[in-house]
Design a protein around this ligand. Structure first.
Ligand SMILES: [Zn+2]
Ligand SMILES: [Zn+2]
Ligand SMILES: [Zn+2]
Length: 143
């Protein structure tokens, strides 16, 4: 994914303060954050930016394909959806259903499938977010 300033420019959106700060927060956290956590981090950088403004920014970023919502195990459902940056156009998780651990992996070898799907459905695929779920190494050993 091209950088945000170029992406916003290309799609006719301005690089506003909330958009800048939300992207800074996303870039500076290795872990994926929920909308609520992103808002909390943004308000530490600039307390004048409201929650709705952050939420609207997340909706716009999702619409533009800059981020995608993904799931994680959380007791609080509002923190169960997190945002993943789609820098390389694809992103992959293995999630442990027992402890909630998320394993990140890079190689998916899905080029052939993407090609097949584009032909079959006459569409153009811009990226993918893949979630495998099961039981992690640590939980398997305890069981
Ligand atoms: Zn586990
Ligand atoms: Zn991830
Ligand atoms: Zn992939």
């Amino acid at each position: 994914m091209a950088n945000l300033i170029q992406l916003l420019h290309k799609t006719g959106y301005k690089y506003t303060k909330p958009r800048q700060l939300v992207s800074e927060v996303l870039e500076s956290h290795a872990e994926h954050l929920s909308a609520n956590e992103i808002w909390e981090a943004v308000s530490q950088l600039d307390p004048t930016i409201g929650r709705m403004s952050v939420y609207r920014t997340l909706d716009l970023f999702t619409q533009l394909g800059y981020i995608r919502p993904a799931t994680r195990n959380a007791a609080d459902i509002r923190n169960g959806i997190v945002y993943v940056m789609m820098h390389d156009g694809h992103h992959h998780h293995i999630i442990c259903q027992n402890c909630g651990q998320v394993i990140e992996f890079e190689d998916c070898n899905l080029d052939k499938l993407v090609e097949t799907l584009e032909k079959k459905y006459n569409c153009r695929i811009g990226g993918h977010l893949l979630e495998f779920f099961g039981v992690c190494d640590k939980c398997l050993r305890v069981a």
